[in-house]
Design a protein around this ligand. Structure first.
Ligand code: ATP
Length: 361
């Protein structure tokens, strides 16, 4: 196993900058997810780790070695792609053991190794079958087993679950989590699915337009998003963001927005020396509850949608005539029939504040 380090890595394609100044480290035994919307540079970053792209500037390290210009096959990495093509004419055992055959390992040994990895992935009983005789999810696990059977310092995954339907995807996610716990591999995993990143990662690197905007453990990303972009990208439904006029008066922060009733807040340290101007107030849907009219901290609106999801219900209101909507996640047992005016209450400690540039204050 080994660590991976990016030192100020920029990648340009012609005049277009795909990644800029990437500076981060994946520790030995970590499972890091690169998370972000389409086109933000996740795959380019992974391909530079694999050696399939060369940085325009900066260095890539694997363990103690500068591998910036080292050929992919000499980097000690193993990569799993979206497309998990298996050899159709080979039984699963031979498919999984194939990388070991290429390395010249004798048949009994390589099959014992294939069995061991297949057992971890719970496909050990299928090794005599041909790929056409197993389900899509089992094929997916076979391709994972084939990547994992090769001893590697670092495993790279590019959206390996994206071709699976929702149920298989959940199953496979559970297996990957189990695998990480069981084998302690060092892995970098690209996804645009925030739930997948939350479930799998030891740390998440959230990317936006070629840069890493936050690199932290999943719960920290969730609880203390560094920017409005992160707040909006992680969480489902995403954090409610409310534009507010801010002023400091009597040593307290006063916020004003349509439908918002909020007792004055302590002034955050970051605002002590500058005029707050406009701020964005963030509150997660699970931190809103139905409130009695007149509650000290509340946001009022008119019912827009009431979606029953089983154990919980998503209640959405519009605060103004325009687009300003707000969603609360409440236990269905606590959701009465609603109509017309609705007020959500919240605790001040659950509020997030961002400045005009979208940075957390
Ligand atoms: P997705 O989730 O859609 O796969 P991504 O975050 O993985 O997106 P990348 O594939 O890394 O994004 O691409 C980042 C940007 O670089 C995109 O705008 C893409 O069009 C551009 N890009 C990637 N490869 C090349 C290339 N070989 N030549 C020119 N531009 C490229």
């Amino acid at each position: 196993m080994a660590s991976v380090k990016f030192e100020n890595v920029t990648k340009r394609f012609g005049g277009f900058t795909a990644t800029e100044g990437l500076d981060f480290e994946v520790g030995d035994g970590e499972f890091v997810c690169l998370l972000g919307p389409s086109g933000c540079g996740k795959t380019t970053t992974l391909r530079m780790m694999a050696g399939l792209e060369t940085p325009s500037e900066g260095k890539v390290w694997i363990g103690e070695r500068d591998v910036t210009r080292v050929h992919p096959k000499d980097r000690g990495i193993s990569m799993v792609f979206q497309d998990y093509a298996l050899y159709p004419h080979m039984a699963l055992a031979d498919n999984i053991a194939y990388p070991l055959k290429v390395r010249g390992q004798p048949r009994p040994e390589r099959h014992a190794e294939a069995q061991r990895v297949a057992d971890v992935l719970q496909i050990g009983h299928l090794l005599d079958r041909m790929p056409a005789q197993i389900s899509g999810g089992q094929q997916q696990r076979t391709s994972l087993a084939r990547a994992l059977v090769t001893p590697s310092d670092v495993y790279l995954f590019d959206e390996p679950l994206s071709n699976l339907d929702a149920k298989l995807r959940l199953d496979a996610r559970g297996f990957l989590n189990h695998l990480q716990r069981d084998m302690g591999i060092t892995a970098v995993y690209v996804t645009h699915d925030q739930a997948e990143a939350m479930a799998l990662a030891t740390r998440i690197a959230v990317m936006d337009r070629g840069r890493i905007v936050q690199y932290a453990p999943p719960l920290e990303i969730y609880r203390r998003p560094a920017t409005t972009f992160v707040a909006n990208f992680v969480g489902n439904p995403p954090m409610n963001l409310i534009e507010a006029e801010a002023r400091i008066e009597g040593g307290q922060l006063h916020l004003q927005a349509p439908g918002l009733h909020l007792a004055p807040l302590p002034v955050p340290a970051a605002l002590a020396t500058r005029a707050p101007g406009r701020l964005t107030l963030g509150v997660r849907p699970e931190h809103l509850a139905l409130a009695a009219p007149g509650a000290a901290n509340r946001i009022e609106g008119r019912l827009f949608a009431n979606e029953n999801m089983g154990p919980e219900t998503l209640v959405t209101v519009t605060r103004t005539e325009g687009e300003a909507r707000l969603t609360a996640r409440i236990f269905t047992d606590e959701a009465p029939r609603l109509s017309g005016a609705v007020a959500f209450g919240f605790e001040a400690r659950h509020l997030h504040l961002f400045d005009a540039e979208g940075l957390r204050v």
